[in-house]
Design a protein around this ligand. Sequence first.
Ligand code: ZN
Length: 386
Amino acid sequence: MRRGTFQWMKSVNKSIILNKIRTNGPISRAQIAKDTKITPPTVSSIVKELIEQEIVIESEVGESQGGRKPTMLMINSTNFYIVGVDAGPDTVDCVLADLSGTITERTSQQLKLPITNKQFLSVLKETIQRVIQSTTSNMEKVVGIGIAMHGVVNVETGTSIFAPNLSLSDIPIKAELEKEFGLTVKVENDARAMALGEEWFGNHGQVDSMLAVNLGRGVGAGVVIKGKLYHGAYDIAGEIGHMMMDMNGEICECGNRGCLQTLVSGPAIAHRAEKEIGLESITGEGVFHLATEGDEASAKLLHETGTYIGIGLTNLIHIFNPRKIVLSGGVTKAKQFILEPTQEAIKDRALTPQAKRTDVVITELGEDATILGAVALLLVELFDLE
Ligand SMILES: [Zn+2]
C-alpha cells in the first residue's frame, strides 16, 4: 500500500460521518446520528476507528440536553500534512500545510529558461524534498502532494500536456513524483486549483456555483459547481483568457486576435500604457504605482481595464450564471482602480436585475490562493469528495 492513500475512506458511512465532523464540528456522537440517520451504535464504532486512526479527536464537553454532558468531536487538523506546489511559469513554490490550510513550511525556486522536462521535474523533486525534510514529523503524517501546474493538464494521468510559458509538453508529473516519494500525487491546472482553494479556504460559505478568476501574467479561471471543479469535455473549461473580445484586436499568444488576456493581463496593461499613453519600458505594476501617485492617464487606463474585465465577466455570467465571482492575481493589487468599473460594467450590461448584482469580490487569500488550492486537491481525496 502506498503511504497516504488512507484506506479508511472505503466505507460510505465513514465518509459521511467524517465529513459531518469536518463541516459541523465540534459535534457530539448523538448529533451525528440524528443528522445523518446512521444508527448510534454504528456512529460509535466508526468514531472509535477514526479516533484510533488519529484523524478525529475528542474536544471540549458540549452542552447537556438534560443528562450527562456529551463529548464533542472534531477533525485532528494539525496531526496531518499536505505538500502543496504552485508550479510555474516563473517559480516553483512549495508549502507544507496542515488539514486546516495553515502553512507551516515554505520554499521557492526560480525556474531558469530554457528548461527541459527532466530539469523541470528535478526542480519539483528538490523543492518538495526540502519542505518534507524541514518537518520533524513522521512521513506517515503526510497525506500526499498536490500540484497546481501552469498550462493544460490531464488530471486523470497527472500529466502536463502543454505548458506554453515554459515551452514544455507531456511531462509525467504524477508518475515521476509518486515513484520518487511514494505518496499520492494530484495534478491540476493552476487556475482551477486556485478555484478549489477559494472553495475550501476562501470564506465564501455555501455557494453552489462560483467562478474564480486569476488576473496575472495570464488570465484563467476555475469553475466550481456544488463543491466540484468543472473540467469540460477536453479539460479546457475556464480558459477565459482566450475569450475573444475584439476580432480586430491585438494578437494573443494563442494566435487569435483580441482575447481578454490581450487587454487585462499584467503585460497587456503595460503594453497598452506604452501604446496609448506613451510610457516607455513600463510594467503593469509600474502603471499601478503611477496611478497611486496621482497620474491621471495611468488611473484612467486601469479604470478601462476594469471595464474590460467587467465586460468579460458579463459574458461569463450570461453563459454560466455563477452565484459569486472571486478575483485574484497580481492585477487585483490595483483593486482601488479596477473593482468599481468592473462592477459598473456588469451592472450596465447584464440581462436581469439579479445578474446585475452578481457578487464580485477580491480574494482574501492573497498570493496563496493557488498553492492552497494545490493543498485542497488532497483534501478532496482525503475526505472522499470526488
Ligand atoms: Zn488568446
